[in-house]
Design a protein around this ligand. Structure first.
Ligand SMILES: *[C@@H]1O[C@H](CO)[C@@H](O)[C@H](O)[C@H]1NC(C)=O
Ligand SMILES: *[C@@H]1O[C@H](CO)[C@@H](O)[C@H](O)[C@H]1NC(C)=O
Ligand SMILES: *[C@@H]1O[C@H](CO)[C@@H](O)[C@H](O)[C@H]1NC(C)=O
Length: 282
């Protein structure tokens, strides 16, 4: 496909203890996840005290995977940038300009806040646990997954959950329920929560679990690495990258494109300082 069709804007997050040139980061696993399915990545770099309007990836954002992490859902630069991209995506899609958005974990939670205008999250005991998925509805997202893999996903703990907050399946917020279809649920034994969702009328997707970790993160014993677990990474990435192929956003020039690409940065092996193997710092 053409040179320009597949840029992904991945939002960086502020680090807890910022150093010079290390104010924000993106875990390299999110980048590899997208690259493994044939995409190129543009980091959306958050700098304190800077207006966020400069973040629009050469004014041609293709889409907006919101990576997981621990930033505030209302006050962080991550949250403010997410709102800018979310509003852009809603507006673009309403004009017939296909603009996919993906939220993983914190990104999922952020999507629910953006759609409902409220924080509806409830505490769940799901911090460090691999789970199977209880599928509830047909979907675009899982449609292309092989039947064998769907069977494994429904019966084996292939999805790493690393979150304390969730949306209960009993949530009655109308904005949320009218906007998203519940694709899978899970339970912590006490609260049944939404683990995968897709918007009915927009190419907007959310997963509470971490598809990128299975293939690329090794720090935690609960991350599954079986053949089916790694296939889950790749089929999820392939689905989302294919969504991005449906739009033709591009940079204004090849020079703008070169300057924006993540290839301008190198991932750093974090050794013992992070729960991620490699991070990009900005
Ligand atoms: C949380 O879940 C784990 C299993 O994943 C369990 O061992 C632990 O007892 C649970 N904690 C609470 C407070 O329910
Ligand atoms: C989708 O799943 C939810 C949660 O299980 C269920 O309440 C709802 O009825 C399902 N919707 C459809 C269209 O099947
Ligand atoms: C990890 O943290 C220690 C202590 O702050 C620091 O000396 C070391 O350079 C860090 N290593 C990496 C790879 O960031």
């Amino acid at each position: 496909f053409s040179l320009f069709v597949n840029f992904f804007c991945v939002l960086a997050q502020e680090v807890l203890m910022p150093k010079l040139n290390e104010a924000s980061y993106i875990a390299a696993s999110y980048v590899k996840f997208l690259e493994s399915a044939g995409a190129r990545v543009v980091p959306v770099i958050l700098k304190k005290q800077q207006p966020l309007t400069h973040l629009l990836c050469g004014k041609s954002p293709n889409l907006d995977p919101l990576p997981g992490g621990s930033a505030s859902l209302t006050t962080s630069g991550y949250a403010r940038a997410a709102k800018i991209f979310y509003d852009l995506a809603i507006d673009a899609n309403q004009r017939g300009d296909y603009f996919p958005v993906w939220g993983t974990c914190l990104g999922f939670e952020q999507l629910t806040v953006l759609t409902s205008g409220k924080n509806l999250l409830v505490n769940t005991n799901t911090s460090n646990i691999p789970l199977h998925l209880d599928f509830t509805n047909d979907s675009r997202l899982f449609k292309g997954f092989p039947a064998e893999l769907m069977k494994d996903l429904a019966s084996e703990p292939l999805t790493a959950n690393v979150h304390k907050w969730s949306i209960s399946t009993h949530e009655t917020n109308e904005e949320l329920n009218n906007f998203y279809k519940v694709l899978s649920t899970n339970t912590d034994g006490r609260v049944e929560f939404v683990s995968t969702m897709e918007a009915y009328d927009y190419p907007i997707y959310g997963v509470q679990w971490h598809p990128e970790k299975n293939a690329f993160e090794w720090r935690k014993p609960y991350i599954p690495h079986s053949s089916s677990a790694v296939k889950t990474t790749f089929y999820t990435a392939e689905f989302f990258v294919n969504e991005a192929r449906k739009n033709l956003h591009r940079f204004n020039s090849e020079e703008d494109e070169r300057q924006a690409l993540i290839y301008n940065y190198s991932p750093v092996y974090t050794q013992l300082n992070s729960s991620f193997e490699q991070n990009y710092y900005f």
